[in-house]
Design a protein around this ligand. Sequence first.
Ligand code: 13P
Length: 261
Amino acid sequence: MKKLLVAGNWKMNGDSTSVTSLLNSLTGEFDKALDKARFKHCEVLIFPPYVYLAQVADSLRDTQLKLGAQDVDSRDTGAVTGGVAAAMLRDVGCQFVILGHSERRRLFHEDNETITRKFEQCIAHDLCPILCVGESLEQRRTGVTLEVVREQLEFVCDRVGATYMGKAMVAYEPVWAIGTGESAKPEEVEEVHAGIRAYLAGIDAELGASTRLLYGGSVTPENASALLANEDVDGVLAGGASLSGEKFLQVCQAAEMAVLK
Ligand code: 13P
């Protein structure tokens, strides 16, 4: 039976008090013997801000929850003031890194070249990249969604090749759905995920079949079941909903139910 993935991107939110309380609500639930059974069919990842990674790693020890980072530097260790290297993320217990998020593309002017270098750093340090792709509202309106997503994917795939791409996941995050409360409709997600899978399958059949595709953009406990019902959706990447222990656990519950259906 396949496992669905539920990831929580905390973005730049929280302080030591709220992080502790969120962790207590999550690990408390996941720790109980009953809850181990309750969340047997989903893999749950959380992505706190850098400064809380070590604290979160400590709390997650001996739980089923896994840790990831929201970003990584494109260079190796050295003279990069303010940079955080892939080796450091690995060192504090991260297994995943979100790359190419639209907020990083927009606010930090990250281009495909930088994202690809970050991807290469992740692979070199045994971190699983979660490559985010997605179109703006304007691009959706002009009917170029699939081309935009394909271009973002193609740049990285051409450079790293199928073997390395096979170590990553792809997250489809339409820019217009992020933080707006307006999730993409299941049929819109289905169309783009099918397009991504077809593109990857064109490179390598196994890559198309096995790459895990996540959806992100206003995921809530209310819409998670419908989004996860699609065969081509292997998980969700939640932002706002991951800041509430209760809501995030409800999304996990929806994933668990979706597998058992
Ligand atoms: P929201 O769930 O808040 O829309 O954020 C989605 C996101 O950007 C996850 O990476």
